[in-house]
Design a protein around this ligand. Sequence first.
Ligand SMILES: [Fe+2]
Length: 204
Amino acid sequence: MSSPSPILSLGRSTFGDPANKDNFPTLEEAHALLAEWVPNERLRLHMKQVGAVMKAWALEREGADERTALKWELAGLLHDADWEKHPDAHCRVIIEHLESLHTDPDIIHCIASHGPKYFGVEPETTMDKMIYVFDELSGFIHAAALIRPTRYEGMDVKSIMKKLKTPSFAAQVSRDDINDALSRIDTPLEEIIQFIIDHQKDVQ
Ligand SMILES: [Fe+2]
């Protein structure tokens, strides 16, 4: 989710301190933060799904090592951590919290740029661009799974493509944001959809 109301521009483009490179929470600490900050189970699942897809992309498509993949996963896991309790200050609260923990600036910038139109921060790294690509699509695909009796089982890319062209389905998901995110990478939409289905279907 990247479109809170009202729109909040973060008003800056640098985040964290380069001296904190490679310093980040453990997975257990990130899950504990989610448990505390995000009582809404569905929102928590969304973040876990984006985290799983980010990690898988880093490992399978970017050739990342485990430590780097963990960074991708943490950015996905925490990107909406403040959405439920601070909708008017999303994602400022989580960014400032991570800065206070001396978190790796790559993770903070990734979170800050997951909705460039709303936060006023452009995605720069591949990690930034991929969270922007995955965020809305992951939520959209999950919405599609929820209305299928068999959920993810047997879900195909074509049906998702069709739903994307149906404005009334999951109308709150911005097709403009999805297209804007895709325009910044070289992978076609169909491939991204299949990747998301494959890697978020078993996340609980
Ligand atoms: Fe999100």
